[in-house]
Design a protein around this ligand. Structure first.
Ligand code: NAD
Ligand code: IPM
Ligand code: MN
Length: 350
């Protein structure tokens, strides 16, 4: 029997994860849901954001669902022990290299976007963000003293052929089940790792996926096109850093950052890591007003992609849609519902 390991984390993380717990209890009562301490909460309790024990439990679970980590409380923690370092360490340990971030606009929310309704109505983009490489992990990195008294801060953007190929395959495979179109976003005009990215994706496409329509796009133009005419995109494959930035921008197309779930997948048969793309939202944490839908939809993705429960995922997606159709809105969506009341609205539809 596979288990779901919940890692609520910090800030609004525990608030939104509590709604996932309620939904799981109602929808999949036989699913074993466990919980572990993680992020800043773990740093406070154990001096590290990710203990070996929690990492091992994550690796042994069917799927991991986290809330969010980080916040101003830990701004002075040693850098390698900050909550965010625990998140990067977990992604690396699970080797979840393909981060699926669907920017899907529910019809009822087309008017909630900061863009004109007609630009986002029917929007359905799938980002495939490389998640365990690039500048997030490249060495060397650091801050050094220079002889003239200045400091030098540096990071390394690096990708190998196989790292690009494996995430590229995920994008092309996904495209075949959608509208068969992939945009690959990089900065090959400036970065060597971006040039290699473009070459590897081009070769992979010619060799294995000639039936899929492929377009290369510079990442800055991609950002502009996302707010000019977002519906031209279907699957967008991109590196770790550009994927982080472009997916936050795309979240607003769907109405709110509080709507976007994600699935981070590794090798077949290994557990996936599911997380809302938003953070711990320190500005609203503790107020009970966070939108839990990104977390609930992350659970939907876990049911579908790791737990082998597609019918339950379909039921949950339909319940979220029905709740939105019935007018359920948290504050970020222009409404007045609390986190718990949005959970209630989904449960009522279930
Ligand atoms: P954030 O995503 O936490 O918040 C950005 C804005 O969106 C805030 O105004 C917030 O109130 C709002 N928001 C986010 N989620 C919401 C929700 N579910 N409902 C309603 N409003 C929501 O980004 P930030 O403020 O830049 O970062 C805060 C902390 O979170 C930082 O420490 C950052 O490193 C961390 N972070 C963690 C994750 C993660 O754990 N996966 C992701 C992003 C940021
Ligand atoms: C995200 C977050 C993380 C990232 C941070 C908190 C490490 O912004 O998941 O989008 O940059 O990947
Ligand atoms: Mn981000």
């Amino acid at each position: 029997m596979s288990t779901l390991l919940l890692l609520p984390g910090d800030g609004i993380g525990p608030e939104v994860c509590e709604q996932v717990r309620r939904v799981a209890a109602a929808l999949t009562p036989d699913l074993v849901v466990e919980e572990a301490i993680y992020g800043g909460a773990s740093y406070d309790a154990h001096g590290t954001p990710l203990t070996d024990e929690v990492r091992d439990r994550a690796l042994a679970s069917g799927a991991v669902l986290m809330g969010a980590v980080g916040g101003p409380k830990w701004k002075d923690a040693p850098r390698h022990l900050r909550p965010e370092a625990g998140l990067l360490g977990l992604r690396k340990a699970m080797d979840v290299y393909a981060n699926l971030r669907p920017a899907y606009c529910f019809e009822a929310l087309a008017g909630a976007s900061s863009l004109k309704t007609e630009l986002v109505s029917g929007l359905d983009i799938m980002f495939v963000r490389e998640l365990v490489g690039g500048v997030y992990f490249g060495e060397p990195r650091g801050i050094e003293d220079l002889p003239d008294g200045q400091k030098k801060g540096f990071d390394t953007a690096v990708y190998t052929t196989s790292e690009i190929e494996r995430v590229g395959r995920v994008a092309f495979e996904l495209a075949r089940g959608r509208t068969n179109k992939v945009h690959s976003a990089e900065k090959s005009n400036v970065m060597e790792s971006g040039l290699l990215w473009k070459q590897v994706i081009t070769d992979l496409h010619a060799r294995e996926y000639p039936d899929v329509q492929l377009e290369h796009i510079l990442a800055d133009n991609c950002a502009m096109q996302l707010v000019r005419a977002p519906k031209q995109f279907d699957v967008i494959v991109t590196d770790n850093l550009f994927g982080d930035i472009l997916s936050d921008a795309a979240a607003m197309l769907t109405g709110s950052l509080g709507m976007l779930p994600s699935a981070a997948l590794g090798a077949a048969g290994k557990p996936g890591l599911y997380e809302p793309i938003h953070g711990s939202a320190p500005d609203i944490a503790g107020q009970g007003v966070a939108n839990p839908l990104a977390a609930i939809l992350s659970f939907e993705m876990a049911l579908r992609w790791s737990l082998g429960r597609a019918p339950a995922a379909d039921t949950l997606l339909a319940a979220v849609k029905a709740a939105l159709d019935a007018g359920a809105r948290t504050r970020d969506l222009g409404g007045t519902l609390s986190t718990v009341e949005m959970g209630d609205a989904v449960l009522a539809q279930l």
